[in-house]
Design a protein around this ligand. Structure first.
Ligand SMILES: [Zn+2]
Length: 264
């Protein structure tokens, strides 16, 4: 599917959902015929899509009992679930729309290149980042600036090619760092190159990690809710300057965080 038709598709889906809640999530799908002996996690790996997305897309009740010969809908991660389109209605304000969709209005302004939030035109489509599927939120409340991407890169300090297991977000020392999602603190302390590090365990085998902190404000075992301040960003460990290193792991393996949170 080309990008344009995807947008139209997402827009139509958003329209369908809009009258109910104002929140819509749409995805593109591929089909997969379940082969004998195949497991959901094998299928998920094959398409490089989290198992949870497949479960949701097919309303599967038990992940252990999938039927051979059944057609599965496989959500296409690359373009799915990234954003929805919202059509501006009479009386809407950018802040109102942002609040209802649990996003920062400044993010909406930037993403949609809105020169003045007061000049919203009825009927205009607004792109809204949608991270509602897994429920992760950005760990910072400042405008997000990605200073280093996830993936292989020459290490900024040693120069050796290494996997960068998370993303780096620009943050002055002392910037509040928030739990990306509710969960239980499983690590709070120093760890090698990470410096002062916090790790949180979430439902469905996800963990999030926050590195190079200057202060840690939580303890191991503590239950934190989403948006709880877990520490202050810093420059501890192996780091070339103040920033937050943020990881999302699924079953212990790092995932591309931008699959789960939107960075404009
Ligand atoms: Zn990093």
């Amino acid at each position: 599917m080309k990008r344009r038709s995807i947008h139209i598709f997402i827009f139509l889906a958003a329209l369908l959902v809009e009258p109910l809640s104002g929140i819509g999530v749409a995805a593109g799908f591929q089909q997969h015929l379940i082969q004998k002996g195949e497991t959901l996690s094998e299928i998920a790996q094959k398409y490089e899509v989290p198992v949870k997305l497949i479960i949701q897309a097919n309303s599967i009740k038990s992940a252990h009992r999938i039927q051979t010969g059944k057609m599965l809908r496989i959500p296409s991660e690359t373009f799915a679930l990234k954003e929805i389109l919202y059509q501006v209605r009479p009386g809407d304000t950018l802040i109102g729309i942002a609040n209802r969709h649990n996003v920062d209005w400044k993010d909406l302004q930037r993403l949609n290149r809105i020169s003045s939030p007061r000049s919203l035109q009825i009927g205009t489509e607004i792109r809204i980042p949608s991270d509602a599927v897994f429920g992760f939120r950005a760990p910072l409340r400042i405008p997000l600036v990605l200073t280093s991407k996830y993936g292989y890169r020459p290490h900024p300090v040693t120069g050796r090619w290494r996997m960068h297991e998370g993303i780096d977000l620009r943050a002055a020392v002392g910037t509040r760092v928030y739990a990306s999602k509710g969960g239980r603190v499983i690590f709070a302390g120093r760890k090698g190159g990470y410096g002062k590090l916090v790790g949180i365990e979430h439902e469905d085998n996800f963990t999030t990690w926050y590195g190079h902190l200057s202060r840690i404000r939580v303890k191991v075992g503590q239950i934190v809710s989403q948006g709880k301040v877990i520490g202050l960003s810093g420059n501890t460990g192996i780091s070339t300057g103040p920033h937050l290193h943020f990881e999302i792991r699924y079953k212990g393996r790092s995932e591309k965080p931008t699959k789960y949170i939107t960075i404009p």
